[in-house]
Design a protein. Structure first.
Length: 283
């Protein structure tokens, strides 16, 4: 019997998972390097969608100290990536919300104490390793900055040019029409249609102060369609941070979950994702 790979991936969500990486990984605090290693691991705690780093304790140029504060758990944000996926934790769920047994530590270096920024899983496969809170440090892979979270080697982003007619409407108002979209295919997410600004009714929209970060595509700025309750932060555009997202830089995309998209006259079903019901935190 054939195996559907997404079911294999979803089946591992309840487990503690890891994958070695050959990349040189560095972590900095205030410009001071506290980790420089060639032996990092990518780690997914149970129910986590995105990975973080575990590093050899021998490569940690800092002290691990028992927490001064009473250990507490961050709020949990549960999501379903798609209808047939099991419940998971999205990246808004803080580092201290651990879903596997282990021991927490403060990281102390150069007069700086980072509360509960390290975690040692109670698992023999992690002997000699400690997991670090991504948001507590600045990170480099080789000589390039990493933002948001480490890139998942099993997560892929493909961009393809399309001459199909793409029409975007909200509350029966046309917000964009184009024959020059770039279609972005991302693992376990719906296709996103990136549209040249000249083909978007920007005169009907207004810039938002909202910004989000994607480790694969860069930093996104948002636009709001103010004439609809569901139009807040409805579209976004990425900066020019990453060369491998160059095809979509300067283009706008709308949340399929909250607008009506027609492709060559065929109305697309609105997908069900973590961004369906509420204003999104990340595209």
């Amino acid at each position: 019997m054939a195996t559907k790979l997404s079911e294999v991936i979803f089946g591992t969500f309840p487990q503690l998972r890891y994958q070695p990486t050959a990349k040189r990984v560095r972590a900095m605090v205030g410009g001071n390097t506290i980790v420089d290693t060639l032996y990092a691991l990518l780690v997914w705690e149970p129910k986590r969608i995105t990975p973080i780093y575990a590093v050899p304790e021998v490569d940690l140029q800092a002290e691990l100290s028992p927490p001064r504060q009473e250990p507490g758990q961050a709020p949990e944000y549960g999501v379903k990536i798609m209808l047939d996926a099991p419940p998971a934790l999205d990246p808004r769920t803080g580092f201290s919300r651990h879903t596997t047994p282990g021991e927490e530590f403060d990281v102390v270096t150069s007069g700086v104490r980072l509360p509960q920024a390290a975690f040692r899983p109670d698992d023999p496969d992690f002997a000699g390793y400690v997991v670090l809170d991504f948001k507590a440090f600045d990170w480099m892979e080789d000589d390039e900055e990493i933002i948001g979270h480490p890139r998942d080697p099993f997560h892929r982003v493909d961009i393809r040019a399309s001459s199909l007619t793409v029409d975007v409407r909200l509350d029966d108002v046309t917000l964009a029409t184009t024959n020059g979209a770039q279609l972005l295919y991302e693992t376990m997410l719906p296709v996103r249609y990136y549209i040249p600004p000249a083909d978007v009714r920007l005169d009907l929209m207004e810039p938002s102060t909202k910004k989000t970060v994607c480790p694969y595509k860069g930093t996104a700025s948002y636009w709001t369609y103010p004439h609809s309750e569901s139009g807040r932060n409805i579209a976004w555009m990425y900066d020019q941070r990453f060369r491998d997202a160059a095809q979509i830089q300067g283009l706008l995309s709308f949340f399929n979950e909250r607008v009506d998209i027609t492709v060559d006259g065929v109305r697309q079903e609105r997908p069900v994702t973590p961004w369906s019901a509420t204003p999104p935190d990340s595209p």
